[in-house]
Design a protein around this ligand. Structure first.
Ligand SMILES: [Zn+2]
Length: 353
């Protein structure tokens, strides 16, 4: 097995050569519920030199004076003579060494939007963030808010969510969308999709509208029963698609309310942390008024068993807001900021283990 691996590496080097770099992102594969990349492919692309000892199965990677030692089958590694913990073990699969995606960041500057060095969040348990479900609001027969010039919320949020997905995938996060086209999905179904995908966090993406055409800004919401009047009015608007749905759902909603309340209390702290991280990054990187991180009773966040937030990326009822949300470059920057906010939470969560 060891010889086979060594031969495969040598062959890769002969055939590929270190000069011809494949474009990032690398081939990634989900192993142990985590995104993995083939180590040799990274070596070629990033100019990382390697040395493999088939006897000990230790792979030594070097880049710009930094040394990282990996051991096949182990989730421990040695970086600059200091032992570090990997999220998952290094594996040998089809004669190729695969490592969890974060390994690359130890040798190569992070390719993904990480603006902060994560510290620990004390007194709060945060699970690692490997799988994210993004929920573009509305869809199909439910257009959501509509701007004065006709821009529809369902179209904007689908585009932004797809761009957030691309950004996060660049960082090795596994991402699923609740919808990737213009279709109607009942509110109650959305958290269920997250559960089916075994998501670690759930982020619902919306654009707001209000009677006052002067208001413009960004908001992040987590589920809460204690809400102010504005938040209650917004929740009523975002929950409107419930009217379009099966009446049975409303009944089951009240039956399960007590149970959901209990689960939500457990997740609320984490959801607030996620909401804050998202809000911080977006307000720091976009010239957009941060209207706050608030609690609201959104139906789409109920029934979610994981940290869940809802973001309102701007106001379609505001002329400037609609104009900006129509601009593909603005949407891209917004998506990058949301992805960076999620990455901030992810890094904190993983540093808090
Ligand atoms: Zn909405």
């Amino acid at each position: 097995m060891k010889n086979k691996f060594f031969f495969a590496c040598a062959l890769l080097l002969l055939v590929g050569g270190c000069a011809t770099a494949p474009k990032f992102p690398f081939t990634t594969q989900v192993i142990h519920n985590t995104a993995y990349f083939p180590v040799m492919e990274m070596c070629k692309a990033d100019g990382v030199t390697w040395d493999y000892d088939p006897l000990s199965q230790v792979l030594i990677l070097k880049k710009d004076g930094r040394t990282l030692e990996l051991l096949v089958g182990s989730d421990r590694a040695i970086l600059e003579n200091v032992p570090i913990q990997l999220s998952q073990p290094v594996v040998l699969k089809d004669s190729v060494v695969w490592a969890p995606i974060e390994v690359r960041s130890y040798l190569v500057p992070a390719p993904c939007p990480v603006a902060v060095k994560a510290g620990k969040k004390e007194g709060i348990y945060l699970r690692p963030v490997r799988i994210v479900v993004l929920d573009p609001g509305h869809g199909g027969k439910d257009p959501g808010a509509i701007g004065k010039n006709g821009l529809r919320e369902k179209d904007v949020v689908l585009d932004v969510a797809s761009k957030v997905q691309k950004e996060l995938e660049r960082c090795g996060v596994v991402v699923y969308l609740t919808r990737d086209d213009d279709r109607f999905i009942p509110l109650a179904e959305r958290p269920k999709i997250a559960a089916r995908k075994k998501a670690d966090i759930f982020v619902s993406i919306h654009a707001n509208a209000t009677r006052s055409r002067w208001i413009e800004g960004f908001e992040v919401y987590y589920l809460s029963n204690a809400v102010d009047d504005d938040a209650r009015a917004l929740a009523a608007a975002e929950n409107a698609p419930l009217d379009l749905e099966d009446a049975n759902f409303l009944e089951s909603l009240s039956l399960k309310a007590i149970l959901w309340d209990m689960i939500q209390t457990e997740n609320r702290k984490e959801s607030i942390e996620l909401a804050r991280d998202l809000g911080d990054v977006v307000s720091a990187s976009m010239s957009l008024k941060m209207l706050g991180v608030k609690g609201a009773g959104f139906a789409v966040l109920k029934g979610s068993y994981i940290p869940s937030v809802l973001v309102e990326i701007g106001y379609l009822s505001n002329r400037d807001g609609e104009r900006k949300l129509r601009d593909p470059q603005y949407r891209k920057r917004m998506a990058e900021s949301i992805a960076a906010g999620i990455m901030k939470f992810k890094f904190y969560a993983e540093a808090s283990q």
